[in-house]
Design a protein around this ligand. Structure first.
Ligand code: PLP
Length: 301
């Protein structure tokens, strides 16, 4: 069976342990208006790709999901239940070449006095798994994307100095990321590369930056308060296929212009070569981009 969208709701006990899941009707309302997700963006998520119904890089995503939960003091996700729900939903997409699947865990329904401001106590978390066919990203993958370089306004040591800003956790609070993408569009670009206020290259709003310097692929370290990318991790493991070495290193804004090639990589769009930075053309490595995207699409796990 294949249909455009599928949903499963995770059943949690009040102590935060997940005990099962139920498939649900996507076209029906399923979320309370008092849930911490719509009200405060207080929760976490992961998005990954399904290749003919096979979840890609599932375990890296689940590890990061658990790390994000720890960063937000959410209950540890019961991964066995999440895995079962993910595979049940993914199975609906066996006939779909590329689909995307999102898992969400929120602090749950805020009720009573807690809804007025203080931290809620004893509420069960809310969780769900949603999947739909992926948009067609052929153009971004082949022709490339233009980016605007935007200051994130945070120093590169933000993760160490201000862990409460949750830099590097995959929280539901993506309004800032969306605003940055709209700013890029206003500047005539497709996407964003963030820099820290002290001038270091960071990541895109929904992607990891990789540059090629000669025969080496380089990406900035997660210690700069950026998300540890699963797509980047998979590409670095495969880099030997293209005769490349890899390094995780601090990069300055000027390193983007002088790179031999650069990409924004992410789970669903995969590898989008950067062809223009703030209106200035940079080289697209079409052959390597195709190699990367072929590899990413063919991942079995
Ligand atoms: N950085 C941010 C802020 C993201 O939101 C994402 C993905 O959505 C990434 C990087 C790329 O991560 P992944 O390759 O695991 O999709």
């Amino acid at each position: 069976m294949s249909a455009p969208e599928h949903l499963a709701l995770i059943t949690h006990r009040p102590d935060g342990v997940a005990v099962g899941f139920l498939e649900a009707d996507v076209s029906r309302p399923q979320l309370s208006v008092l849930d911490s997700a719509p009200v405060r963006g207080d929760g976490i998520f992961e998005t990954f790709s399904l290749a003919n119904g096979r979840p890609q890089s599932l375990e890296l995503h689940l590890d990061r999901f658990a790390a994000s939960a720890r960063a937000l003091d959410l209950p540890e996700p019961t991964l066995a239940v999440w895995r079962d729900a993910i595979f049940a939903i993914a199975a609906h997409f066996a006939d779909v070449e590329e689909a995307w699947l999102k898992i969400v865990l929120t602090r749950g329904v805020e009720a009573g006095p807690a809804a007025t401001g203080s931290a809620p106590e004893g509420t069960a978390p809310t969780g769900w798994v949603y999947a739909a066919p992926a948009p067609d990203f052929t153009r971004a993958r082949t022709e490339g994307i233009s980016v605007a370089v935007l200051d994130r306004g945070l120093r590169s040591d933000v993760a160490a100095t201000s862990p409460w800003l949750l830099a590097g956790a995959k929280t539901l609070s993506y309004a800032v990321n969306r605003a940055a993408q709209r700013e890029a569009v206003r500047r005539g670009a497709d996407d964003v590369v963030f820099v820290s206020s002290d001038g270091l290259l960071l990541e895109g709003p929904t992607s990891t930056l990789i540059v090629r310097q000669g025969s080496q692929l380089v990406t900035p370290p997660a210690s700069l308060g950026i998300l540890a990318g699963t797509t980047q991790a998979d590409l670095f493991e495969a880099a030997h296929l293209w005769g490349l070495s890899t390094a995780i290193e601090v990069l300055r804004a000027s390193d983007l212009m002088s790179a031999d090639a650069a990409w924004l990589v992410s789970s669903v769009r995969h590898a989008a070569p950067i062809r223009e930075v703030d209106g200035v053309t940079i080289t697209v490595d079409a052959e390597l981009s195709q190699g990367m995207n072929d590899f990413l699409r063919s991942r079995r796990a």
